[in-house]
Design a protein around this ligand. Structure first.
Ligand code: TRP
Length: 360
């Protein structure tokens, strides 16, 4: 069986370098490997509403931002089916049937949901829709028979719940779903890209993110304000590379040819690190190099974004066509589900016949 890959994002903001390193880059790589049968990328707007129900404008606004980010990093609508969650009613339908297979206490034990409840101060007024979003996420995955789910670590409990739901449904109603598998990024750094302020994970709410759509000036400003080694005060002081965000980013983004091109005094990153550790190398020089390295990566993305920004009707067409395609698949699956559950009354030609037998 060939793989069916599915991933998604909540449209709550523009995507940043953390998303890029943690998943978008890998999605583009997967898309080009062609060893899969289908690849879906979903904009999870219904899920985003579970904790933004009082601010729908934010979701509406960011739908197009996220779509632009997808297209600008090189996800290709000819290879990937993009779709919008809320426009597939079959997802809601499946969620409703799945809810019977999950207990409240199981939902309350989901570690990601648990920490999100705290984070959002939902302890005393937990919206039911928020608590059950893992069930809706299981529907996202299972409706499309997706078996490979590339996600971050925090999403593992969601995939585990989807597996349990699939198993439970199959046990009760007969084999209908495949059990999906979470695929985590290999590189450790990709699992937790730090923000420009140091230790914490890059995130919109912490205000420490570099966005894919940031312009050149903003990138420059953000890199210049980056956390380095607080004890590296004078150029001649020995510096620390570990925990120094400039070097963390160089680890991720710099390539050997960047040294030749922008910093020919150093053979490679190790040579630059050695000099920094010994002392005699200033932060500004390293930061200026990082700006050039990031620009190499981000400029083509920015260009592609600008092209799509000029043609928004094309962007919406891509979403609409992808959604229509996904919906066909979803309709097919739901009719299978209803048949398995015996609630396909009007499609079941044998039903009347067998009743006639009974009432003869
Ligand atoms: N919960 C995911 C996130 O917050 C988004 C998401 C929704 C998702 N449905 C999905 C991811 C299905 C993978 C598969 O990032």
């Amino acid at each position: 069986m060939k793989d069916i890959i599915l991933t998604g994002d909540r449209p709550t903001g523009r995507l940043h370098l953390g998303h890029y390193v943690g998943s978008l880059k890998n999605r583009v790589k997967m898309q080009n490997e062609a060893s899969y049968e289908k690849m879906y990328v979903m904009i999870a707007d219904s899920q985003a509403l579970t904790d933004n129900f009082d601010n729908p404008g934010k979701i509406r606004e960011n739908l197009v931002e996220v779509a632009l980010d997808y297209l600008s990093v090189g996800l290709d609508p000819n290879k990937v089916t993009f779709f919008v969650q809320s426009q597939i009613p079959e997802l809601t339908e499946l969620t409703f049937y799945f809810l019977n297979l999950v207990t409240l206490s199981r939902l309350e034990r989901n570690p990601t949901v648990k920490s999100e409840i705290k984070l959002r101060n939902f302890e005393n007024s937990l919206p039911a829709g928020f608590l059950i979003y893992p069930v809706s996420q299981a529907a996202d995955i299972l409706l499309f028979d997706a078996n490979i789910i590339p996600v971050g670590e925090d999403q593992e409990p969601m995939i585990e719940q989807a597996r349990e739901i699939a198993r439970s449904f199959n046990n009760i109603y007969g084999k209908t779903f495949v059990e999906p598998k979470a695929v985590l990024p290999e590189a450790k750094i990709a699992r937790r890209m730090p923000g420009i302020d140091g230790g914490a994970k890059m995130s919109k709410s912490l205000g420490n993110a570099i966005y894919l759509a940031d312009d050149k000036k903003t990138i420059k400003k953000k890199v210049m304000s980056m956390y380095t080694d607080p004890n590296h005060i004078n150029i001649d002081d020995p510096g620390k590379v570990e925990g120094n965000i400039v070097f963390t980013y160089l680890d991720v983004f710099s390539k050997p040819e960047h040294f030749e091109k922008f910093l020919p005094d150093y053979e490679n990153l190790d040579a630059l690190k050695d000099h920094y550790r010994k002392g005699g190398l200033g932060d500004v020089k390293c930061k200026k190099f990082l700006i050039k390295v990031l620009e190499e990566e981000l400029e083509p993305i920015r260009q592609r974004r600008m092209e799509y920004e000029k043609d928004l009707s094309k962007v919406f067409k891509i979403l609409e066509e992808g959604t229509a395609k996904a919906r066909k698949v979803g309709e097919e699956k739901v009719s299978q589900v209803k048949k398995a559950m015996g609630i396909n009354y009007f499609e079941d030609t044998d039903l009347i016949k067998s009743l006639e037998e009974k009432y003869k």
